[in-house]
Design a binder for this molecule. Sequence first.
Ligand SMILES: O=c1[nH]c(=O)c2[nH]c(=O)[nH]c2[nH]1
Length: 286
Amino acid sequence: MPTDDTERAITLGANSYGKSGVRLVHVVRDSPRHDLRDLTVHTALAGDLDATHYRGDNTGVLPTDSQKHTVYAFAREGIGSIEGFAERLARHFADTAPAIRSARVRVEEHPWRRTGEHSFARGDGGELRTAEAAYGDGAVRFTAGVRDLLLLNTTGSAFGGFLTDRYTTLPETEDRILATAVDAAWTYETTGDDAWFDASFAAARAALLEAFADTYSLSLQQTLYAVGERILRAVPETGEVRLSLPNRHHYLYDLEPFGLDNPGLVFQAGDLPYGLIEGTVRREAP
Ligand SMILES: O=c1[nH]c(=O)c2[nH]c(=O)[nH]c2[nH]1
């Protein structure tokens, strides 16, 4: 219950609830050439849920178990784009559960590579395609992206001219390995059908790869901006791009103790700690 017996009342703040990590595999087998989709779905509902938090009155609570079943039941009709699938679920929860005002559904797609008519190999590297539909007040907002997309340039990356203080030992470099695991999410200001979502995702991902490959990097921060800008230019319907780029350091290994030189050939792949470069690139209002 909210309390007013102390000087400063205590009340419930923002809240949501849902099922996380719903693992769903969908197969189309209406011809000898089967199709496979492998998704992880997360639901998050919000609305008039004071009663359950203050008093344990669950009248307005659609169980997370029911939300999970809904994901599987909706998959029976097919998936389409993951953005479209997320939207159908989000609209359903917010439009049918009386206490629910808004719903956010996130979908991650795990890639499988075809190796035969009905055979697949899991895509390596762990890259995921991601989508989110946030529905409320009659409007839906879409976010799409990638997670854990591993990229590496063996040259074309420098880092110098930085601020130094009494704790700085890092040497400047004009030629280093630049490696990262891209986490990118872009919003759409206008959208289309399933085919449009798939084509827009492909165009944004291609722009990301191109920008990473062909930008001479003076810092990962500069690369972040270049990648975001390229996505916004490639897909005019995008509004902003959020990027999280861990700096997967590669250290030139000292082979001198063994009487060997090391002209940029042998590196130790670093683990922890790592630099983390994050930022948003946006399209300004006209
Ligand atoms: O691209 C980089 N940005 C930094 O801010 C930074 N800091 C650091 O130690 N190495 C790097 N590399």
